[in-house]
Design a protein around this ligand. Structure first.
Ligand code: BGC
Length: 412
C-alpha cells in the first residue's frame, strides 16, 4: 500500500552543536573531555567543523530532499561569561538560520543539547535552582535576536537523560564519587564536597526539578517575545518492554523515566519523541538483549520498532502534537541503516493511519559526529565524515531517506 504523509509533514535530520562544532573551551564538556583521567574515549576537538562548514552542509541536506533541519545553538558560546552575550556569535547563528531559509529548510532550533557554560557549573549547575532563571534569560535573548527566522523551538533536549543514564546505563552508580569528577571540580574551584552538576550527570530529584523549572520558565520567556512560535521539550523514550511478568518493574522505571516528564510536557505546543531501541525488564530488573540478536555500535539492539512503541505510549499519556525529533542507528553497515529507517518510517505511517498527530520526522544524525563519551567511533551519520580532511561523503541511506522526504510517501 502506498501511504502519503500529511501535506506539511516536516522531514529533517538533526545535529547538536557540541557534537558537530567542537572547539568550545567555554563549555563544561570541554573540561570533562580533556582531563587526564577522563572517561571520554577522546575529546571533541574540532568535531566536524560544522561551525565553519554549515553553508555547504545545509546545502547538502537540502539537496537530498529534506525540508527541515534540527540543530542546536550553544549557550556556552552565546553567553561565555555570565551576563555577557556575544552579538558576534548570535549573528553567526543568524547566518546559519538564513542559509536554512535560503535552501527552504525550516529550522528547528534546540536551545540546550547537553552542554552548558562552565560558569553555570561553577555556580552549582543543574542543582542550583537559579539555573532556571539564567536559562530563561538566555532563551529570551536568543529569541529576541533570532526568533523571526526560527520555525520551531526545543527548549531542552532529553529532559530525562540524566535519570536514564543513571538508572539504566550506570545502574545507579554515582559519578560524582569518581576521581575524574573530583578533578573536574578542581578545574572550576568547586569544593571537594560539592558537585560538578553537568546536565547529563545530575540524576537527583533536585536536578529534575531544576530542569523542569528551566523548561517552564524558558517557554514563558519565549512566548513573551514570540507568542506564535511553537515550543516543546524532547524526551528520550525507547520501547520499554516487560517479559516473564516484568510489568511491575517495567512500570516503575517507566514512571520515573518517562511519565513524570510526559506530565510536565502537557500544555506545550508539541512533544519531541526520541527513540533508538528497546529495553526489556523481567521481575529481577533490566535484561541484556537476547543472545544472538543484532546489536548496533552502541551495544543495544537493532530495533526500528522502538519509535512506534514510543509514539503510541506518548500518545496514550498526552494529548498534543508529536514530533519525532531523533531516531536512527550507529552502524558501519549502511544497508542496515537503510533497513532501520525504512522500517521505522513504515511504522510511523501506521501510527498516522491510526490517527496519531505526528508532525515531523528528524533522523539522527545528519553527519557522523562526536558521540559523547564514546567519541567518534559510533557512526550515526547519513553523511559520512572523514575527519582527516573533513570531507563529506553521502551514504546511500541518505539518498533513500531524502527520496522518501521528497516524495512525502512510502510503500507500506
Ligand atoms: C542524543 C544525541 C546522541 C544520540 C545517539 C540522543 O540521546 O540527543 O546527542 O548522539 O542520542 O546516542
Amino acid at each position: 500500500m502506498h501511504m502519503a504523509f500529511p501535506k506539511d509533514f516536516r522531514w529533517g535530520t538533526a545535529t547538536a552543536a557540541h557534537q558537530v562544532e567542537g572547539n568550545n573551551i567555554n563549555s563544561d564538556f570541554w573540561i570533562l573531555e580533556n582531563l587526564p583521567e577522563t572517561l571520554f574515549a577522546e575529546p571533541s576537538g574540532d568535531a566536524i567543523d560544522h561551525y565553519h562548514r554549515y553553508a555547504e552542509d545545509i546545502a547538502l541536506l537540502a539537496g537530498l530532499g529534506f525540508n527541515s533541519y534540527r540543530f542546536s545553538i550553544e549557550w556556552a558560546r552565546i553567553e561565555p561569561e555570565e551576563g555577557h552575550f556575544s552579538d558576534a556569535i548570535l549573528n553567526h547563528y543568524r547566518r546559519v538560520l538564513e542559509v536554512c531559509r535560503e535552501h527552504h529548510l525550516k529550522p528547528m532550533v534546540t536551545l540546550h543539547h547537553f552542554t552548558s557554560p562552565r560558569w553555570l557549573i561553577a555556580e552549582g549547575g543543574w542543582e542550583n535552582q537559579d539555573t532556571a532563571d539564567k536559562f530563561a534569560r538566555y532563551c529570551s535573548k536568543v529569541i529576541q535576536q533570532l526568533g523571526d527566522l526560527i520555525d520551531m523551538v526545543c527548549t531542552i533536549n532529553e529532559v530525562n537523560i540524566p535519570m536514564v543514564i543513571n538508572q539504566i546505563w550506570l545502574a545507579g552508580l554515582d559519578l560524582q564519587e569518581l576521581g575524574f569528577m573530583q578533578a573536574a571540580k578542581e578545574v572550576l574551584g568547586i569544593a571537594p564536597s560539592g558537585k560538578f552538576s553537568s546536565f547529563m550527570f545530575t540524576p537527583s530529584e533536585k536536578g529534575r526539578n531544576t530542569i523542569l523549572e528551566a523548561h517552564r520558565q524558558a517557554v514563558a520567556a519565549i512566548k513573551a517575545v514570540r507568542p506564535d512560535l511553537p515550543v516543546g521539550m524532547t524526551i528520550a523514550m525507547d520501547d520499554l518492554q516487560a517479559v516473564d511478568g516484568g510489568e511491575a518493574v517495567r512500570d516503575l522505571f517507566r514512571r520515573e523515566l518517562q511519565d513524570v516528564y510526559l506530565q510536565a510536557a502537557q500544555g506545550d505546543d508539541f512533544l519531541g519523541v526520541q527513540a533508538y531501541s528497546r529495553i526489556r525488564f523481567a521481575p529481577t530488573g533490566r535484561l541484556a538483549p537476547p543472545e544472538g540478536n543484532e546489536l548496533t555500535q552502541m551495544g543495544y539492539e537493532f530495533w526500528p520498532e522502538a519509535i512506534e512503541a514510543s509514539l503510541r505510549y506518548a500518545n496514550q499519556k498526552v494529548h498534543m502534537p508529536l514530533v519525532v525529533t531523533e531516531n536512527g542507528i550507529a552502524t558501519d553497515d549502511d544497508t542496515r541503516r537503510e533497513e532501520y529507517y525504512r522500517r521505522a518510517i513504515n511504522r510511523i505511517a501506521h501510527c498516522l493511519n491510526d490517527g496519531l498527530d505526528i508532525r515531523g520526522y528528524y533522523a539522527w544524525s545528519s553527519f557522523d559526529n562526536f558521540e559523547w563519551m564514546l567519541g567518534y567511533n559510533p557512526r550515526f551519520g547519513l553523511i559520512e565524515v572523514d575527519r582527516s580532511n573533513q570531507n563529506r561523503i553521502i551514504r546511500p541511506s541518505a539518498q533513500c531517506l531524502g527520496e522518501i522526504a521528497r516524495s512525502n510517501c512510502i510503500d507500506v
